[in-house]
Design a protein around this ligand. Structure first.
Ligand code: AMP
Ligand code: GLY
Length: 423
Protein backbone atom coordinates (compact mmCIF):
# COMPACT_ATOMS: atom_id res chain seq x y z
CA UNK A 1 0.00 0.00 0.00
CA UNK A 2 1.18 3.55 -0.80
CA UNK A 3 0.42 5.85 2.10
CA UNK A 4 0.29 9.63 2.50
CA UNK A 5 0.31 11.22 5.97
CA UNK A 6 -0.64 14.91 6.27
CA UNK A 7 1.09 17.00 8.94
CA UNK A 8 4.49 18.04 10.25
CA UNK A 9 4.66 17.53 14.01
CA UNK A 10 5.78 14.95 16.54
CA UNK A 11 2.36 13.33 16.10
CA UNK A 12 3.03 12.75 12.41
CA UNK A 13 6.56 11.46 13.04
CA UNK A 14 5.10 8.89 15.45
CA UNK A 15 2.39 7.93 12.94
CA UNK A 16 5.03 7.58 10.20
CA UNK A 17 7.24 5.48 12.48
CA UNK A 18 4.37 3.08 13.23
CA UNK A 19 3.29 2.87 9.58
CA UNK A 20 6.86 2.19 8.38
CA UNK A 21 7.05 -0.89 10.62
CA UNK A 22 4.05 -2.45 8.94
CA UNK A 23 5.03 -4.74 6.05
CA UNK A 24 1.85 -3.71 4.19
CA UNK A 25 3.36 -0.25 3.66
CA UNK A 26 5.21 -0.15 0.31
CA UNK A 27 5.81 3.59 0.12
CA UNK A 28 5.25 6.42 2.60
CA UNK A 29 5.10 10.13 1.83
CA UNK A 30 4.54 12.74 4.55
CA UNK A 31 3.44 16.25 3.63
CA UNK A 32 4.97 18.54 4.65
CA UNK A 33 6.90 16.46 7.26
CA UNK A 34 10.00 17.60 9.18
CA UNK A 35 13.69 16.74 9.46
CA UNK A 36 13.09 13.63 11.60
CA UNK A 37 10.37 12.31 9.32
CA UNK A 38 12.67 12.85 6.32
CA UNK A 39 15.02 10.25 7.83
CA UNK A 40 12.37 7.51 7.50
CA UNK A 41 10.05 8.62 4.66
CA UNK A 42 9.78 10.92 1.64
CA UNK A 43 8.56 14.42 2.43
CA UNK A 44 6.64 16.68 0.03
CA UNK A 45 5.75 20.35 0.22
CA UNK A 46 2.02 20.74 -0.22
CA UNK A 47 -0.83 22.98 0.90
CA UNK A 48 -2.49 20.29 3.04
CA UNK A 49 -5.56 22.42 3.79
CA UNK A 50 -6.56 22.54 0.13
CA UNK A 51 -8.56 19.44 -0.77
CA UNK A 52 -8.04 19.77 -4.53
CA UNK A 53 -4.26 19.99 -4.11
CA UNK A 54 -4.19 16.92 -1.84
CA UNK A 55 -6.37 14.89 -4.26
CA UNK A 56 -4.16 15.80 -7.23
CA UNK A 57 -1.02 14.89 -5.30
CA UNK A 58 -2.50 11.58 -4.11
CA UNK A 59 -3.55 10.65 -7.65
CA UNK A 60 -0.20 11.63 -9.18
CA UNK A 61 1.64 9.49 -6.60
CA UNK A 62 -0.65 6.42 -6.72
CA UNK A 63 -1.61 6.84 -3.06
CA UNK A 64 -3.94 4.15 -1.72
CA UNK A 65 -4.54 5.49 1.78
CA UNK A 66 -4.31 8.95 3.35
CA UNK A 67 -3.97 9.55 7.11
CA UNK A 68 -4.81 13.10 8.21
CA UNK A 69 -2.88 14.28 11.31
CA UNK A 70 -4.08 17.78 12.33
CA UNK A 71 -7.59 19.22 12.65
CA UNK A 72 -7.30 22.13 10.19
CA UNK A 73 -7.40 20.01 6.99
CA UNK A 74 -10.31 18.00 8.43
CA UNK A 75 -12.30 21.14 9.28
CA UNK A 76 -11.50 22.40 5.76
CA UNK A 77 -13.07 19.28 4.18
CA UNK A 78 -9.91 17.57 2.90
CA UNK A 79 -11.22 14.12 3.90
CA UNK A 80 -14.48 14.85 2.03
CA UNK A 81 -12.60 15.77 -1.18
CA UNK A 82 -10.49 12.59 -0.95
CA UNK A 83 -13.57 10.40 -0.45
CA UNK A 84 -15.33 12.07 -3.38
CA UNK A 85 -12.28 11.20 -5.49
CA UNK A 86 -12.48 7.57 -4.36
CA UNK A 87 -9.32 7.68 -2.26
CA UNK A 88 -9.39 5.85 1.07
CA UNK A 89 -8.84 8.26 3.97
CA UNK A 90 -8.57 8.06 7.75
CA UNK A 91 -10.26 11.14 9.22
CA UNK A 92 -13.75 12.59 9.63
CA UNK A 93 -15.76 14.71 7.20
CA UNK A 94 -15.91 18.48 7.76
CA UNK A 95 -19.43 18.01 9.14
CA UNK A 96 -18.27 15.37 11.66
CA UNK A 97 -15.13 17.43 12.46
CA UNK A 98 -17.46 20.05 13.97
CA UNK A 99 -17.14 17.97 17.14
CA UNK A 100 -13.84 19.83 17.54
CA UNK A 101 -14.40 22.90 15.35
CA UNK A 102 -17.52 24.12 17.19
CA UNK A 103 -17.93 23.90 20.95
CA UNK A 104 -21.62 24.83 20.80
CA UNK A 105 -22.23 22.02 18.27
CA UNK A 106 -20.60 19.53 20.66
CA UNK A 107 -22.69 20.76 23.59
CA UNK A 108 -25.85 20.42 21.52
CA UNK A 109 -24.88 16.86 20.47
CA UNK A 110 -24.18 15.99 24.14
CA UNK A 111 -27.64 17.28 25.07
CA UNK A 112 -29.28 15.20 22.35
CA UNK A 113 -27.21 12.12 23.29
CA UNK A 114 -27.70 12.55 27.04
CA UNK A 115 -23.90 12.56 27.54
CA UNK A 116 -22.68 13.91 30.90
CA UNK A 117 -20.81 17.21 30.47
CA UNK A 118 -20.65 20.67 32.08
CA UNK A 119 -23.82 22.79 32.16
CA UNK A 120 -23.56 25.67 29.68
CA UNK A 121 -25.01 28.64 27.85
CA UNK A 122 -24.34 29.60 24.21
CA UNK A 123 -24.25 33.31 23.32
CA UNK A 124 -23.93 35.55 20.29
CA UNK A 125 -23.89 38.83 22.20
CA UNK A 126 -21.79 40.04 25.11
CA UNK A 127 -24.55 41.45 27.33
CA UNK A 128 -26.54 38.21 27.46
CA UNK A 129 -23.32 36.28 28.15
CA UNK A 130 -22.40 38.61 31.04
CA UNK A 131 -25.89 38.37 32.52
CA UNK A 132 -25.52 34.56 32.49
CA UNK A 133 -22.14 34.80 34.24
CA UNK A 134 -23.53 37.12 36.93
CA UNK A 135 -26.37 34.69 37.47
CA UNK A 136 -24.09 31.59 37.67
CA UNK A 137 -21.19 33.08 39.65
CA UNK A 138 -17.50 32.07 39.54
CA UNK A 139 -15.38 30.05 38.95
CA UNK A 140 -16.74 29.71 35.43
CA UNK A 141 -15.26 28.83 32.04
CA UNK A 142 -15.50 31.13 28.99
CA UNK A 143 -14.81 29.54 25.59
CA UNK A 144 -14.58 30.93 22.07
CA UNK A 145 -16.87 28.73 19.97
CA UNK A 146 -14.54 27.97 17.05
CA UNK A 147 -11.00 26.66 16.51
CA UNK A 148 -8.59 28.92 18.40
CA UNK A 149 -5.41 26.82 18.34
CA UNK A 150 -6.00 25.70 21.93
CA UNK A 151 -6.06 29.26 23.24
CA UNK A 152 -9.79 30.01 23.29
CA UNK A 153 -10.54 28.78 26.82
CA UNK A 154 -10.44 31.10 29.87
CA UNK A 155 -10.99 29.68 33.34
CA UNK A 156 -12.26 32.74 35.22
CA UNK A 157 -11.84 32.77 39.00
CA UNK A 158 -14.09 35.82 39.41
CA UNK A 159 -17.18 37.26 37.69
CA UNK A 160 -15.09 40.32 36.72
CA UNK A 161 -12.48 38.14 34.99
CA UNK A 162 -15.23 36.28 33.15
CA UNK A 163 -16.80 39.55 31.98
CA UNK A 164 -13.40 40.76 30.76
CA UNK A 165 -12.88 37.49 28.86
CA UNK A 166 -16.30 37.87 27.24
CA UNK A 167 -15.43 41.43 26.15
CA UNK A 168 -12.11 40.18 24.72
CA UNK A 169 -13.78 37.40 22.76
CA UNK A 170 -16.55 39.53 21.31
CA UNK A 171 -13.94 42.27 20.73
CA UNK A 172 -12.13 40.01 18.27
CA UNK A 173 -9.20 38.79 20.42
CA UNK A 174 -9.70 35.30 18.97
CA UNK A 175 -10.73 36.38 15.47
CA UNK A 176 -13.72 34.59 13.96
CA UNK A 177 -13.49 31.88 16.65
CA UNK A 178 -14.80 34.35 19.26
CA UNK A 179 -17.86 35.58 17.37
CA UNK A 180 -19.85 33.10 19.46
CA UNK A 181 -19.11 32.14 23.03
CA UNK A 182 -19.92 29.11 25.17
CA UNK A 183 -19.96 29.59 28.94
CA UNK A 184 -19.57 26.48 31.04
CA UNK A 185 -19.81 25.32 34.59
CA UNK A 186 -16.31 24.77 36.05
CA UNK A 187 -15.83 21.04 36.57
CA UNK A 188 -13.56 19.77 39.31
CA UNK A 189 -11.70 16.48 39.11
CA UNK A 190 -8.75 14.86 37.35
CA UNK A 191 -8.44 15.11 33.56
CA UNK A 192 -7.51 12.26 31.28
CA UNK A 193 -7.76 11.53 27.59
CA UNK A 194 -9.49 8.55 26.03
CA UNK A 195 -8.76 7.60 22.41
CA UNK A 196 -11.09 5.51 20.30
CA UNK A 197 -11.20 4.66 16.61
CA UNK A 198 -14.58 4.93 14.90
CA UNK A 199 -15.73 3.67 11.50
CA UNK A 200 -19.10 5.42 11.44
CA UNK A 201 -20.71 2.64 13.42
CA UNK A 202 -18.25 0.68 15.54
CA UNK A 203 -16.02 2.06 18.30
CA UNK A 204 -12.65 0.56 19.27
CA UNK A 205 -10.74 1.91 22.31
CA UNK A 206 -7.02 2.30 21.55
CA UNK A 207 -5.70 3.68 24.81
CA UNK A 208 -5.75 6.30 27.50
CA UNK A 209 -3.23 9.06 28.23
CA UNK A 210 -2.58 12.11 30.32
CA UNK A 211 -0.62 15.09 29.11
CA UNK A 212 0.97 18.03 30.90
CA UNK A 213 -0.39 21.26 29.46
CA UNK A 214 1.46 23.74 31.68
CA UNK A 215 4.99 24.80 30.86
CA UNK A 216 6.36 24.58 34.41
CA UNK A 217 7.11 21.74 36.81
CA UNK A 218 4.31 20.82 39.19
CA UNK A 219 1.86 21.87 36.45
CA UNK A 220 2.46 25.60 36.89
CA UNK A 221 2.87 28.51 34.47
CA UNK A 222 1.41 29.15 31.04
CA UNK A 223 -0.58 26.67 28.98
CA UNK A 224 1.23 24.98 26.08
CA UNK A 225 0.33 22.44 23.41
CA UNK A 226 1.60 19.79 25.85
CA UNK A 227 5.01 19.28 27.50
CA UNK A 228 4.84 15.51 27.87
CA UNK A 229 2.43 12.60 28.15
CA UNK A 230 2.15 9.05 29.31
CA UNK A 231 -0.09 6.07 28.62
CA UNK A 232 -2.02 4.41 30.16
CA UNK A 233 -3.64 6.95 32.49
CA UNK A 234 -4.24 5.12 35.78
CA UNK A 235 -7.13 7.43 36.74
CA UNK A 236 -9.07 6.13 33.74
CA UNK A 237 -9.75 2.65 35.09
CA UNK A 238 -11.46 0.00 32.95
CA UNK A 239 -14.68 0.67 34.81
CA UNK A 240 -14.58 4.42 34.13
CA UNK A 241 -13.58 3.79 30.50
CA UNK A 242 -16.65 1.54 30.13
CA UNK A 243 -18.84 4.33 31.53
CA UNK A 244 -17.29 6.83 29.12
CA UNK A 245 -18.01 4.48 26.20
CA UNK A 246 -21.60 3.74 27.26
CA UNK A 247 -22.64 7.19 28.42
CA UNK A 248 -20.61 9.55 26.26
CA UNK A 249 -18.83 8.13 23.22
CA UNK A 250 -21.26 5.56 21.79
CA UNK A 251 -24.30 7.87 22.22
CA UNK A 252 -22.33 10.66 20.48
CA UNK A 253 -21.45 8.38 17.58
CA UNK A 254 -25.08 7.23 17.30
CA UNK A 255 -26.28 10.84 17.31
CA UNK A 256 -23.80 11.79 14.56
CA UNK A 257 -24.92 8.85 12.41
CA UNK A 258 -28.57 9.77 12.99
CA UNK A 259 -27.83 13.27 11.71
CA UNK A 260 -26.29 11.91 8.53
CA UNK A 261 -22.73 12.75 9.62
CA UNK A 262 -21.27 9.38 10.72
CA UNK A 263 -17.88 9.81 12.38
CA UNK A 264 -14.85 8.00 10.95
CA UNK A 265 -11.36 8.48 12.33
CA UNK A 266 -9.85 8.82 15.79
CA UNK A 267 -11.96 10.50 18.44
CA UNK A 268 -10.06 11.97 21.35
CA UNK A 269 -12.33 12.53 24.34
CA UNK A 270 -11.01 14.84 27.06
CA UNK A 271 -12.68 13.63 30.26
CA UNK A 272 -12.99 15.09 33.75
CA UNK A 273 -13.15 12.34 36.34
CA UNK A 274 -14.58 12.81 39.81
CA UNK A 275 -15.92 10.21 42.24
CA UNK A 276 -15.67 7.47 39.61
CA UNK A 277 -17.78 9.35 37.07
CA UNK A 278 -16.44 10.74 33.77
CA UNK A 279 -17.83 13.91 32.19
CA UNK A 280 -16.86 15.23 28.76
CA UNK A 281 -14.62 18.32 28.67
CA UNK A 282 -14.13 18.35 24.91
CA UNK A 283 -13.75 16.25 21.81
CA UNK A 284 -10.88 16.47 19.37
CA UNK A 285 -11.14 14.88 15.95
CA UNK A 286 -7.45 13.90 15.71
CA UNK A 287 -4.75 12.29 17.80
CA UNK A 288 -3.40 14.49 20.59
CA UNK A 289 0.13 15.79 20.22
CA UNK A 290 2.14 14.54 22.20
CA UNK A 291 -0.40 11.85 23.27
CA UNK A 292 -0.11 10.20 19.83
CA UNK A 293 3.60 9.57 20.44
CA UNK A 294 2.90 7.37 23.49
CA UNK A 295 -0.01 5.60 21.82
CA UNK A 296 2.08 4.77 18.73
CA UNK A 297 4.97 3.63 20.93
CA UNK A 298 2.58 1.14 22.58
CA UNK A 299 0.67 0.05 19.46
CA UNK A 300 3.52 -0.13 16.94
CA UNK A 301 2.80 -1.53 13.46
CA UNK A 302 -0.78 -2.64 14.28
CA UNK A 303 -1.77 1.06 14.46
CA UNK A 304 -1.77 1.15 10.67
CA UNK A 305 -4.00 -1.93 10.37
CA UNK A 306 -6.44 -0.42 12.87
CA UNK A 307 -6.61 2.94 11.05
CA UNK A 308 -7.06 1.11 7.78
CA UNK A 309 -9.88 -0.99 9.27
CA UNK A 310 -11.57 2.22 10.52
CA UNK A 311 -11.36 3.78 7.05
CA UNK A 312 -12.82 0.64 5.44
CA UNK A 313 -15.63 0.25 7.98
CA UNK A 314 -14.18 -3.00 9.37
CA UNK A 315 -13.65 -2.06 13.01
CA UNK A 316 -16.31 -4.55 14.12
CA UNK A 317 -13.83 -7.34 13.42
CA UNK A 318 -10.69 -5.50 14.68
CA UNK A 319 -8.99 -5.88 18.01
CA UNK A 320 -5.97 -4.41 19.74
CA UNK A 321 -3.17 -6.70 20.87
CA UNK A 322 -2.01 -5.06 24.06
CA UNK A 323 1.32 -5.58 25.70
CA UNK A 324 0.96 -4.84 29.38
CA UNK A 325 3.30 -1.87 29.05
CA UNK A 326 3.67 1.86 29.72
CA UNK A 327 4.98 4.68 27.58
CA UNK A 328 6.16 8.22 28.24
CA UNK A 329 7.16 11.11 26.04
CA UNK A 330 9.11 14.17 27.20
CA UNK A 331 8.86 17.30 25.05
CA UNK A 332 12.00 19.36 24.46
CA UNK A 333 11.01 22.92 23.61
CA UNK A 334 12.92 26.05 22.62
CA UNK A 335 13.69 28.31 25.61
CA UNK A 336 10.99 30.99 25.79
CA UNK A 337 8.18 28.70 24.58
CA UNK A 338 5.17 29.17 24.79
CA UNK A 339 6.19 32.85 24.47
CA UNK A 340 8.75 34.20 22.00
CA UNK A 341 11.68 31.89 21.18
CA UNK A 342 14.65 31.81 18.81
CA UNK A 343 14.79 29.56 15.78
CA UNK A 344 17.84 28.10 14.10
CA UNK A 345 19.89 26.73 17.02
CA UNK A 346 21.79 23.53 16.22
CA UNK A 347 20.85 20.30 18.04
CA UNK A 348 23.61 17.78 18.67
CA UNK A 349 23.73 14.20 19.91
CA UNK A 350 20.76 12.96 17.89
CA UNK A 351 22.70 10.47 15.76
CA UNK A 352 23.85 8.54 18.82
CA UNK A 353 20.34 8.07 20.26
CA UNK A 354 18.89 4.57 20.33
CA UNK A 355 16.18 3.84 17.77
CA UNK A 356 14.42 0.67 18.90
CA UNK A 357 10.87 -0.50 19.44
CA UNK A 358 11.33 0.71 23.03
CA UNK A 359 12.77 4.16 22.46
CA UNK A 360 12.59 6.77 19.77
CA UNK A 361 13.16 10.51 19.64
CA UNK A 362 10.34 11.90 17.50
CA UNK A 363 10.89 15.27 15.84
CA UNK A 364 8.37 18.11 15.93
CA UNK A 365 9.77 21.52 14.90
CA UNK A 366 13.08 20.60 13.23
CA UNK A 367 14.76 21.47 9.94
CA UNK A 368 17.87 20.05 8.30
CA UNK A 369 20.44 22.34 6.75
CA UNK A 370 24.00 21.40 5.68
CA UNK A 371 23.74 18.07 7.45
CA UNK A 372 22.79 19.69 10.76
CA UNK A 373 19.43 19.46 12.54
CA UNK A 374 18.20 22.85 13.74
CA UNK A 375 15.21 23.92 15.85
CA UNK A 376 12.45 25.55 13.83
CA UNK A 377 9.50 25.56 16.21
CA UNK A 378 8.42 25.92 19.84
CA UNK A 379 8.06 22.24 20.62
CA UNK A 380 11.04 20.61 18.92
CA UNK A 381 11.69 17.00 20.01
CA UNK A 382 9.79 14.24 21.83
CA UNK A 383 11.97 11.73 23.69
CA UNK A 384 9.62 8.74 23.79
CA UNK A 385 10.07 5.34 25.43
CA UNK A 386 8.17 2.38 26.78
CA UNK A 387 8.81 -0.12 29.52
CA UNK A 388 7.26 -2.72 31.77
CA UNK A 389 6.52 0.06 34.26
CA UNK A 390 6.03 3.79 33.87
CA UNK A 391 9.19 4.36 35.92
CA UNK A 392 11.18 2.27 33.42
CA UNK A 393 9.69 4.20 30.49
CA UNK A 394 10.52 7.46 32.25
CA UNK A 395 14.14 6.45 32.90
CA UNK A 396 14.61 5.54 29.23
CA UNK A 397 13.00 8.76 28.03
CA UNK A 398 15.10 10.99 30.29
CA UNK A 399 18.28 9.07 29.37
CA UNK A 400 17.60 10.19 25.78
CA UNK A 401 16.93 13.77 26.94
CA UNK A 402 20.26 13.79 28.77
CA UNK A 403 22.11 12.55 25.68
CA UNK A 404 20.79 15.41 23.53
CA UNK A 405 23.10 18.40 23.25
CA UNK A 406 20.87 21.44 22.88
CA UNK A 407 21.66 24.33 25.25
CA UNK A 408 18.88 26.47 23.70
CA UNK A 409 16.21 23.94 24.68
CA UNK A 410 14.48 22.92 27.90
CA UNK A 411 12.08 20.29 29.20
CA UNK A 412 10.06 19.52 32.31
CA UNK A 413 11.80 16.99 34.56
CA UNK A 414 8.60 15.80 36.25
CA UNK A 415 6.56 14.24 33.45
CA UNK A 416 4.36 11.51 34.90
CA UNK A 417 4.46 12.80 38.48
CA UNK A 418 0.77 12.20 39.10
CA UNK A 419 0.83 8.57 37.93
CA UNK A 420 4.26 7.79 39.42
CA UNK A 421 3.10 9.19 42.76
CA UNK A 422 0.30 6.63 42.82
CA UNK A 423 2.67 3.66 42.71
P1 AMP B 1 -10.59 22.67 25.94
O1 AMP B 1 -9.94 23.44 24.82
O2 AMP B 1 -12.08 22.67 25.90
O3 AMP B 1 -9.95 21.33 26.16
O4 AMP B 1 -10.15 23.40 27.27
C1 AMP B 1 -8.80 23.47 27.62
C2 AMP B 1 -8.63 23.05 29.06
O5 AMP B 1 -9.41 23.90 29.90
C3 AMP B 1 -9.13 21.66 29.37
O6 AMP B 1 -8.20 20.70 29.05
C4 AMP B 1 -9.39 21.76 30.84
O7 AMP B 1 -8.20 21.65 31.57
C5 AMP B 1 -9.91 23.15 30.99
N1 AMP B 1 -11.38 23.17 30.94
C6 AMP B 1 -12.16 23.34 29.84
N2 AMP B 1 -13.46 23.30 30.17
C7 AMP B 1 -13.53 23.12 31.49
C8 AMP B 1 -14.61 23.02 32.43
N3 AMP B 1 -15.89 23.12 32.06
N4 AMP B 1 -14.29 22.83 33.73
C9 AMP B 1 -13.00 22.75 34.13
N5 AMP B 1 -11.94 22.85 33.30
C10 AMP B 1 -12.20 23.04 32.00
N1 GLY C 1 -1.94 17.72 23.75
C1 GLY C 1 -3.23 18.27 23.60
C2 GLY C 1 -3.77 18.27 22.24
O1 GLY C 1 -3.23 17.69 21.32
O2 GLY C 1 -4.82 18.88 22.04
Amino acid sequence: MNILILGSGGREHALAWAVMQNPKCDKLIVAPGNAGIAQIADCATLNIEDGGTVVNFAEANSIDFVIVGPEAPLAAGVADRLREAGILVFGPSAEAARLEASKSFTKEICDAAGAPTAGYGHFTDAEAAKAYVRDQGAPIVVKADGLAAGKGVIIAETVEDAEAAIDDMFGGAFGGAGAEVVIEEFMEGEEASFFVLCDGENVLPIGTAQDHKRVGEGDTGLNTGGMGAYSPAPVLTDEIAEKALDQIIRPTMAEMAKRGAPYQGVLYAGLMIKDGQPRLVEYNVRFGDPECQVLMMRLGAQAMDLMHAAAEGRLGEAQVNWADDHAMTVVLAAKGYPGAYEKGSVIGGLDALPETSFEMCFHAGTTEADGKITASGGRVLNATARGATLAEARDRAYAMVDAIDWPEGFCRRDIGWRALGRD
